[in-house]
Structures are given as structure tokens and as C-alpha cells.
Design a protein around this ligand. Structure first.
Ligand code: SF4
Length: 217
């Protein structure tokens, strides 16, 4: 076979397919073959959202990390474990929560054999948006909680500032939206600052828990 004979199988176009899917299983299956941007090629697999379609709360992170890319599930690495700890302290039941990312393939750069996280570009967030919109449409959570600046900008636009908005309840497209920091930001803090970082995340989660008890906007 010559190079010109080769043709990759056609992938899924998120703009065309995501709006037509009625449930999470269909969305997850369709996203597995997504070629909406170039991030699918070097990554191991699509990491779609996880959790019940009846979830009252949806966390939106930035993108899967190295562990998530290998496992095929979101928030299973160190940041996910920290989020679980914070949820427990805030009295939020993990099994009632849906977790996903603004971008569903791991963007990284190779340093030797190590794959280092690389922040997704605006073009990747835009390309992946139909999957996130579809998750919001199917799950219809009461509260949407973007974790960190990339997820916040994905939902609220480029003027979003996490430092100004975290822990406040915003009205966004019929959802209560409460931004907070990404747990990976706590892991990057100096060790002596991490307890305070976790306390602040738990405080934001308590705001989220209270917003979840309010009637849907
Ligand atoms: S990052 Fe999103 S849009 Fe890009 S290939 Fe992956 S699932 Fe498709």
C-alpha cells in the first residue's frame, strides 16, 4: 500500500452528530470516534463525561489528564481524588454528580517519554463544544460548576475571571452556574498553602450544595 492509498475511516463530526443524540450512551458512543479537531490523533481515547443522567450537579473541567486518557474516564487521577475529598467535606454525594470536561481528548507535549499537560487552545474548546452542549441538554443539571479558567471561559466567554467569580451563583442559560477552581490548581500550590486551598474549594462546594436546593431557574 502506498501513502496515497491510505485513508483513515471517517470520524464523527460533533456539529452534525451531537445535537441528534438523545441519551448519554449514544453521545458517549458517538464521541468515541470524534475527529472534530486534531487532538484525537495523539491521545489514547475520548474521555467522555461520567455520572447519572439524573445528576443535579455537573462539574466541567478543562480536559482529561494523563491518567484519565489511559483509563478513559474523567477525574480518576490525583485531581479527581482531591475533588472527591472536597465533595465529602461539603456533604455532596459523589454518585449524584456528573463530571465532564470542556475538551474531551488529552492535549499534551512529549518530554522524552513523559506526556506533559498542555492547555487546550480556544479552537479545541470550540470544536468540542457540541458534546458539552449535548451533555447539558440531556442531563439538565440544576447547577453547573466550571472548574478553573478554561472551563469558565468555555461557558462564559473570554472575559470570565475565576478569581472574580468563584463561589458566586450566576444565572446562565437557565442554569445556576457556580465557578470554582480546578482541584489540580491546589495540587500545584506550595505544600504550606494546600490546606487553605482545599478549605476554599470546600467553601465553594457548600455554595453549590445550597444552590442545588433552590428551585430551578
Ligand atoms: S477534543 Fe473534542 S472535538 Fe476534538 S477530537 Fe476530541 S472529542 Fe472531538
Amino acid at each position: 500500500m502506498t501513502a496515497t492509498d491510505r485513508s483513515d475511516p471517517p470520524g464523527t463530526d460533533p456539529v452534525e452528530v451531537a445535537p441528534r443524540m438523545a441519551d448519554l450512551d449514544g453521545l458517549r458512543s458517538a464521541a468515541a470516534t470524534c475527529t472534530g479537531c486534531e487532538l484525537y490523533a495523539p491521545a489514547t481515547q475520548t474521555v467522555f463525561g461520567a455520572g447519572p443522567s439524573s445528576a443535579w450537579l455537573m462539574f466541567v473541567g478543562e480536559q482529561p489528564g494523563d491518567r484519565e486518557d489511559l483509563a478513559g474516564a474523567p477525574f480518576v487521577g490525583p485531581a479527581g481524588r482531591l475533588l472527591d475529598t472536597a465533595l465529602g467535606r461539603a456533604g455532596i454525594v459523589r454518585d449524584e454528580v456528573y463530571v465532564t470536561n470542556a475538551v474531551k481528548h488529552f492535549r499534551f507535549e512529549l518530554r522524552g517519554s513523559r506526556r506533559l499537560h498542555k492547555t487546550p487552545a480556544v479552537s479545541h474548546v470550540r470544536a468540542c463544544r457540541p458534546w458539552l452542549d449535548a451533555e447539558l441538554r440531556v442531563v439538565r443539571p440544576t447547577v453547573v460548576a466550571p472548574l478553573g479558567a478554561t472551563a469558565g471561559k468555555a461557558l462564559m466567554g473570554s472575559s470570565f475571571r475565576i478569581t472574580e467569580s468563584r463561589g458566586t451563583v450566576l444565572d446562565w442559560n437557565g442554569f445556576a452556574l457556580v465557578p470554582t477552581i480546578h482541584p489540580s490548581a491546589i495540587l500545584r500550590m506550595d505544600p504550606e498553602d494546600r490546606d487553605a486551598g482545599l478549605d476554599a474549594l470546600v467553601a465553594d462546594l457548600r455554595v453549590i450544595a445550597t444552590a442545588g436546593h433552590e428551585p430551578r431557574p
